[in-house]
Design a protein around this ligand. Structure first.
Ligand SMILES: Nc1ncnc2c1ncn2[C@@H]1O[C@H](COP(=O)(O)OP(=O)(O)OP(=O)(O)O)[C@@H](O)[C@H]1O
Length: 243
């Protein structure tokens, strides 16, 4: 459903050029949970940004369900980012002055013009609260980010990513700032979302333990895919009661 074709990307800063993607090809299937691994600097985050139209390639194409998306006009691209993709980052990117519910509601505020926000405000708020409840955060609805643990902040960020019912979640090191237990909970949540809602997930990770929760592991070296294998499935711990 989501395809990278011969992607090339070079960053230029003054006289310095860093060639990051070198004709990378990747095909993500509908409904799969894919992890991308590789050494630091191999281009994993760059690839994720290109797949999610947060940045554009120098050459090559990104296709979603057969339609080219790397060169869309700004309006269409914004709509795609708002409605089709959900983004999860290592450092959560929550707004510090907003409580958990209002952080989760941000994509609806941003999509305001197409969503007739004012008529349905109460419904959106209920949906945000339901998502936070599902994330085990029913008792943290009014808390601001600084009053939440790292795991709770990431679960809030996941609720925000799910608000608009995206078809694809793009997660960049979602457990990178968490201890093993909180990280395990996050991956279990992602696994459940993938399984229960059929959301396709592409996750960049350094954590070799958590790739066993995914369907497929792609390894990047020097801006290309060098290995593409089914994940070594191990019995995965059941979901914690609180989550
Ligand atoms: N905006 C930018 N401007 C200039 N160089 C950049 C930019 N973003 C990334 N780079 C460089 O591109 C290379 C690849 O970066 P990228 O973040 O894609 O790698 P990564 O595999 O995700 O690394 P890590 O695992 O450390 O997060 C790095 O050498 C980085 O310094």
């Amino acid at each position: 459903m989501l395809t990278a074709e011969k992607l090339e990307k070079t960053y230029r800063r003054h006289a310095v050029q860093v060639r990051v993607l070198n004709g990378l090809n990747l095909e993500v299937q509908t409904g799969e949970f894919l992890s991308i691994v590789g050494a630091s600097g191999s281009g994993k985050s760059t690839l994720l940004h290109l797949l999610g139209t947060l940045d554009a390639p120098d050459a090559g194409r990104v296709m979603l369900k057969g339609k080219r998306i790397d060169n869309l006009p700004a309006r269409e691209r914004d709509r795609l980012r708002n409605r089709t993709f959900g983004y999860i980052f290592q450092f959560y990117h929550l707004l510090p002055e907003l409580n958990a519910v209002d952080n989760v509601l941000m994509p609806a505020y941003i999509g305001n013009s197409v969503l007739n926000w004012w008529q349905t405000r109460r419904q959106w708020r209920r949906r945000a609260e339901d998502l936070l409840n599902k994330m085990g955060l029913g008792h943290r609805l009014k808390h601001r980010p600084r009053e939440l643990s790292g795991g709770e902040m990431q679960r809030t960020a996941i609720a925000r990513a799910l608000l608009m019912n995206p078809r694809v979640l793009l997660a960049d090191e979602p457990t990178g700032n968490l201890d093993a237990q909180a990280g395990g909970e996050i991956v279990r949540l992602l696994r459940d979302i993938n399984r229960d809602e059929g959301v396709t997930i592409v996750m960049v990770t350094h954590n070799t333990d958590i790739v066993s929760a995914t369907d497929r592991v792609v390894r990047m070296v020097g801006g290309v895919v060098t290995d593409d294998t089914p994940a070594p499935h191990q019995p995965f711990q059941p979901r914690l009661a609180a989550v």
